[in-house]
Design a protein around this ligand. Structure first.
Ligand code: UDP
Length: 326
């Protein structure tokens, strides 16, 4: 029988891509999602249960029913700006929601967790590229919510033996190269989908949040990583835990940064469309530059990004985006 894997938040951008890959690799994804940010159309593989992280009893039943040994946890809010304005949303869902999931796992005997963490846990970088040993001093409620969970997981491992892998994503982007899935958030605030909306005439312009950062062109630099590469890393982390491997934290990044203006320019090139950009003040909670080293997961689990570079990332996102209509 196929190994069942609970995918909390499997209707979201990254969770849905991972569910597809799990299915392709012979696992049975069991998606739990409340559709607050996820999409029904994105649930196409394995089993599905509509539910909320806060419902510990329901999660327990699902884990028992499918004899689940490993859980992947994507069910979180992930907007830096929103977290500054609405911290209670972030702590309730991202922290309290995770505690509920952990209770269900403990009670039902699922002892392995792959946790979607974030480069925002590092805060303002002291050196670049950022390694996993860099101090974690987040500067937004979103980043703090992710770090809090990492700290909880450490304590749960010591006390209850919960083995876990923290995957610290840099900027998840791109879309399924087969065109079945892509990035659609409501509201959409992520740079690449916003810029693609402008290229399609669905928005009048993109606001560039700050042009006075201490970077070569004055705009923020991020390390964009293709969602299919993220998905591969989750399966490697799962195999590591199922084979008895110990708890680890890994960066998922390409090691190369691109500025907001470079993303806009590359989008103009790929789409051949006009993209109007206007300058706006800095967005609260944003560090100037985030570029990560993923040497550790490359060395230890053999992960290798197959879609590095802006062209593959924006190109696949464009193919998806232009065909998607709400
Ligand atoms: N950004 C921007 N305009 C937008 C959206 C984002 O200038 O409409 C910038 C943002 O300040 C950050 C980068 O683009 O420096 C990536 O932001 P995004 O929200 O995509 O991801 P984050 O880095 O917050 O996870």
């Amino acid at each position: 029988m196929a190994e069942a894997v609970l995918v909390a938040g499997g209707a979201g951008f990254i969770g849905s891509h991972v569910s597809k890959l799990l299915h392709m690799k012979g696992y049975h994804p069991v998606v739990v999602d409340n559709f607050v940010r996820g999409h029904r159309w994105a649930v196409k593989w394995g089993s599905f249960v509509e539910g909320d992280l806060a419902d510990t009893q329901q999660l327990m039943r699902v884990i028992r029913h499918h004899r689940i040994r490993a859980v992947m946890h994507f069910a979180a809010y992930a907007y830096v700006g929103e977290s500054v304005a609405e911290p209670s949303m972030y702590y309730l869902n991202n922290v309290a929601g995770t505690l509920s999931l952990l209770e269900a796992m403990r009670d039902a005997g699922a002892e392995r967790l792959i946790f979607s963490s974030s480069c925002t846990t590092y805060g303002e970088p002291r050196e670049t590229p950022i390694t996993e040993d860099h101090p974690q001093v987040p500067i937004s409620p979103y980043g703090r919510s992710k770090l809090m969970v990492e700290q909880v997981l450490r304590d749960y491992e010591d006390a209850y033996g919960l083995r876990h892998v923290n995957l610290r994503y840099f900027n998840a982007s791109g879309a399924d190269p087969e065109g079945e899935l892509g990035e659609v958030h409501d509201p959409e605030t992520h740079l690449i989908p916003v810029v693609l909306d402008v290229a399609l005439g669905r928005r009048p312009h993109v606001a560039v949040f700050g042009t006075d950062w201490n970077t070569p062109d004055g705009t923020c630099i991020r390390d964009y990583i293709h969602v299919s590469d993220l998905a591969e890393a989750h399966v490697l982390a799962l195999e590591h835990l199922l084979a008895g491997g110990g708890s680890r934290s890994y960066n998922l990044s390409n090691g190369e940064g691109f500025s907001v203006l470079q993303v806009i320019e590359e989008t103009r090139k790929i789409t051949g469309r006009t993209v109007r950009a206007i300058e706006e003040p800095r967005r609260q909670g944003d560090p100037a530059a985030l570029v990560g080293s993923s040497e550790r997961i490359r060395r230890e689990l053999g992960w290798e990004p197959r879609h590095p570079g802006l062209e593959a990332i924006i190109g696949s996102a464009w193919e998806w985006h232009r065909g998607f209509h709400t």
